[in-house]
Design a protein around this ligand. Structure first.
Ligand code: EPU
Length: 421
């Protein structure tokens, strides 16, 4: 298992280019199952989660590989299985988004139930509700979601739960509905930019999906989709992480190729925290001349501040001037990083879905443990700002969602080393 050794105290300087979005790559790769033939997906980051998705597609009979030029080619002409096995699904919750495409293409799907994870209980009731509304017969047996439905029919579906909309439930219903008869309307659909990316891809394949990016998506069923070439959008979470890395080290980093139009809430929070962000062509320059200011932030579904940046923001708040309040309204238990940040000298009080961060901490390097993807990023950021050496164990979590984060940070002047235990 790899860990990172981060020696803090270096201001980051230079430019870094943002890669493709993990959270659109995964449903888009699953969407390749819908078409008989060879799809080519570009700008897919080389991540552990992406490799897991390619293995799942392989287990279903598709030929999925990354070419030398980085493109992913998926030949889904023949699917030989409808089972996404436990061994793969259990390592990545996002695998559940093969359910909709399998059901649409084969009329049958058997997908391991993804269960919970460290960021919360993560139910799948909305996925099942949406698919059942289309006419699928679904049961949970021996840890698997068993779904059948040769004759899915369009209908109106309200896809809201206790915490609002759901990205992957929206993705699953959108993809299951492409071959349903008639028209499907998803009310309270997730409006995340990654859902727009997925809808654009489906439309390029010949689907009729309207309204993506709003809370009302309409899918008009068609008879057949064709394979397509598609380029995935850039990753707004990776972009935000580098912006915060620049701010926490009082550095001067230019983040290139960020999907700026999708990041208004991030810019707003950074502005309130006193972080200067200036756009110059394709580059967002993040300059942090003064102290970071404390802020009050709640995570919310898009266009609100993303939960996937909450942990990184908390690391920044640890060194801010004053008391910050972070409320997690998407995953109320997503606070595994709190205890590890405390090991580095952070002063954080967690009360239910809220963390009160007393700023001004003099962070000091310590051995810490990564618990999930974004928590790991927060620990690395804290390590960059800390005095001395931070050893972040279990960085395989980080490798799930950040491509070569250590290399990219080193190129900006950080002292980060990957060591094998
Ligand atoms: N929810 C339900 N029932 C459901 C599904 C979701 O109650 O059937 C709840 C969840 O428990 C949560 C809220 O709805 O409280 C939103 O969850 P959502 O379903 O939107 O999450 P997801 O689609 O499973 C994706 C991303 C996550 C990201 C969330 C929220 C992928 C592969 N994953 O998950 O990304 O945090 O949306 O934006 O797209 C990450 O990248 O680190 C990550 C966890």
């Amino acid at each position: 298992m790899d860990r990172f050794i981060v020696r803090g105290g270096h201001k980051l300087r230079g430019t870094v280019r943002v890669g493709g979005a993990k959270n659109s790559s995964l449903p888009i790769l699953a969407g390749c199952l819908l078409a008989d033939g060879v799809s080519v997906i570009r700008n897919v980051p080389d991540l552990r989660d992406v490799r897991t998705m390619l293995q799942i597609l392989g287990a279903l009979g598709a030929r999925a590989e990354r070419k030398k030029n980085g493109d992913i080619e998926i030949d889904a002409t023949e699917l030989t299985s409808h089972t996404a096995p436990y061994e793969l699904v259990s390592t990545m919750r996002g695998s559940v988004c093969v359910l909709g495409p399998l059901l649409a293409r084969l009329g049958v799907a058997k997908v391991s139930h993804p269960g919970g994870c460290v960021i919360g209980s993560r139910p799948i009731d909305l996925h099942l509700k949406g698919l059942r509304a289309l006419g699928a017969r679904i049961s949970i047996r021996h840890g698997y979601i068993m779904a059948r439905g040769d004759d899915l029919a369009g209908t109106d579906i309200f896809l809201g739960g206790l915490f609002g909309s759901s990205c992957l439930a929206t993705a699953n219903v959108m993809m299951a509905a492409v071959y349903a008869s008639g028209s499907t309307v998803i009310e309270n659909a997730a409006s995340e930019p990654e859902m727009v990316d997925l809808a654009n891809y489906l439309n390029k394949m010949g689907a009729v999906v309207r309204g993506a990016g709003t809370h009302r998506i309409e899918v008009v069923g068609v008879r057949k989709l064709r394979p397509a070439k598609y380029t995935v959008m850039p990753d707004r979470i990776e972009a935000g992480t580098f912006m915060m890395a620049s701010a926490i080290t009082k550095g001067e980093v230019g983040v290139e190729g960020a999907p700026r139009g999708t990041m208004a809430a991030v810019f707003d929070v950074l502005a309130r925290a006193g972080v200067r962000v200036e756009a110059d062509g394709d580059t967002l320059w993040v300059r942090q001349p003064r102290k970071i200011k404390a802020t009050e932030v709640a995570t919310l579904p898009y266009p609100g501040f993303p939960t996937d940046l909450q942990a990184q923001l908390m690391a920044m708040m640890c060194v801010a001037d004053g008391i910050s309040v972070l409320t997690e309204k998407v995953f109320p238990d997503r606070f595994m990083h709190v205890a590890e940040l405390a090991r580095m000298g952070a002063d954080i009080l967690r009360e239910g879905p809220r963390a009160i961060v007393k700023g001004g901490a003099k962070l000091s390097g310590a051995p810490v443990m990564a618990s999930d993807l974004r928590a790991s990023a927060a620990l690395v950021l804290a390590g960059l700002a800390a005095k001395g050496e931070t050893s972040v164990a279990r960085v395989y979590h980080l490798d799930r969602g950040y491509e070569r984060l250590d290399d990219k940070l080193r190129a900006l002047g950080a002292d980060v080393e990957r060591v094998k235990d």
